[in-house]
Design a protein around this ligand. Structure first.
Ligand SMILES: CC(C)(COP(=O)(O)OP(=O)(O)OC[C@H]1O[C@@H](n2cnc3c(N)ncnc32)[C@H](O)[C@@H]1OP(=O)(O)O)[C@@H](O)C(=O)NCCC(=O)NCCSC(=O)CCS(=O)O
Length: 375
């Protein structure tokens, strides 16, 4: 297995240092992680997956997962921005025309163009092919109608990748992705949701009301938007695994520190077998989650399809994060229940990683299909 790029990791550590100082406030106030975002921008990390010719860092997946883990261990909401950027940026790099890439990628790499990715609707999160929002051709434009839900960073996004049906009679072959600029007439964002975790990721509903978008803003092929989005999700899921890993690491580190300092029954907490073994289990689970994540990243860097590998990594790492954070609270006892305690925050943040970018059940479905086919 290759090692992550050391220079990029130095950038990640500097950004993580800034993000860590504000992580508790971002969570408690449920606000955008301005400081973490500024640090990611200053370090060029928002261009993690943007090709070098457009000013990006053009990182391999091995480095990208290490960066996301590092930042997530400091502040899950700041690290989520890396996922929010990497998915749409990767899709643009893979499917965009030269004109689209020249227009957006340099600004994405510098952090000046904020992104979001709109697939989900109220009635369908898991069943991505069942979307109902539509686009109808009108001369040189398409007219978009409908409502997308649970869109991360919707309120701040300068550019949103929006998947709608251009042929409502079809499922997978009826979806097209559009590049929708902020300020497009007929596009409205309603900020929403007070979430239990990743509270600095602002979600919103995207209302599309006769929104006219030029045909030049179609990303890739008309009718091929769903495979494009699902392909981008493979990469996002890989990074979500790293995100969960960072959250697990933060919870575990806090438990190790506490168990080394706190004394009960006249001895250090970790010397009680119940606590020491719990910490040993967590270290083992985290190690396994890191290996499965790095394995999927290495496969991607070798050019392999990572649909199932990314699903396994996300499934395993996100469920590991919840287990580890649960155990870390247990180590802290009542102190672990307090707002402001790292393990308490990690427990809530970890739970989110089991849901977004495809639930654990969807990951199991993808893995099952990779074993048996569609059945
Ligand atoms: C449930 C699913 C895994 C699959 O659903 P379907 O059975 O309905 O779809 P398929 O027939 O399998 O596939 C449709 C089409 O796409 C091609 N495909 C499938 N997977 C891939 C892939 N990984 N890479 C490339 N292409 C792929 C497949 O071959 C078909 O093409 P053809 O028609 O044969 O040509 C899927 O629906 C799924 O993953 N669901 C979960 C969606 C999800 O994760 N949603 C949550 C996050 S999305 C979002 O909006 C985020 C907002 S935010 O910012 O928080």
């Amino acid at each position: 297995m290759s090692a992550p790029d050391t220079k990029v990791m130095e950038r990640a550590r500097r950004a993580a240092c800034v993000a860590a100082k504000h992580a508790a406030a971002v969570d408690l106030d449920e606000r955008f992680p301005y400081e973490g975002h500024a640090a990611l921008k200053a370090e060029g990390l928002l261009g993690l997956s943007v090709p070098g010719e457009y000013g990006g860092l053009d990182c391999d997946a091995r480095t990208a997962v290490a960066v996301v883990e590092e930042v997530a261990a400091a502040c899950a909401s700041t690290a989520a921005l890396l996922l929010t950027w990497a998915g749409p940026a990767g899709a643009l790099a893979a499917y965009g025309t030269k004109v689209q890439k020249n227009r957006y990628l340099p600004a994405i790499a510098s952090g000046d163009c904020a992104l979001s990715f709109a697939l989900t609707e109220d009635h369908c999160g898991s069943d991505a092919g069942a979307i109902r929002a539509t686009a109808t051709r009108a001369g040189d434009d398409w007219v978009l109608e409908g409502r997308k839900a649970w869109i991360g960073n919707a309120i701040n996004a300068d550019l949103t990748l929006v998947a709608v049906k251009t042929d409502p009679a079809q499922r997978s072959r009826g979806v097209t992705t559009f590049l929708v600029d902020k300020g497009t007439a007929g596009v409205r964002v309603e900020e929403m949701y007070s979430k239990m975790g990743a509270r600095g990721t602002r979600h919103g509903d995207l209302r599309l009301e006769a929104a006219r978008v030029p045909a030049t803003q179609v990303l890739g092929e008309v009718g091929r938007g769903l495979p494009q989005m699902l392909h981008s999700l493979d990469y996002i899921r890989l990074l979500t695994a790293a995100h969960a890993l960072g959250i697990a690491r933060a919870a575990h580190d806090s438990a190790v520190t506490y168990a080394s300092e706190r004394e009960t029954f006249g001895q250090k907490l970790f010397t009680h077998q119940a606590i020491g073994f719990s910490i040993a289990d967590c270290a083992t689970w985290i190690h396994a989650a890191r290996l499965i994540t790095v394995d999927a990243a290495t496969r991607l860097d070798k050019g392999e399809d990572i649909g199932a590998a990314a699903a396994m990594a996300k499934l395993h790492a996100s469920e590991t994060a919840t287990r580890v954070a649960h155990a870390a609270i247990q180590v802290h006892g009542a102190w672990g229940l307090l707002k402001g305690n790292v393990a308490e925050r990690a427990y809530r943040d970890a739970r989110v990683t089991e849901i977004w970018d495809g639930t654990s059940e969807i990951q199991r479905l993808i893995i099952t299909r990779s074993i048996f086919g569609r059945g």
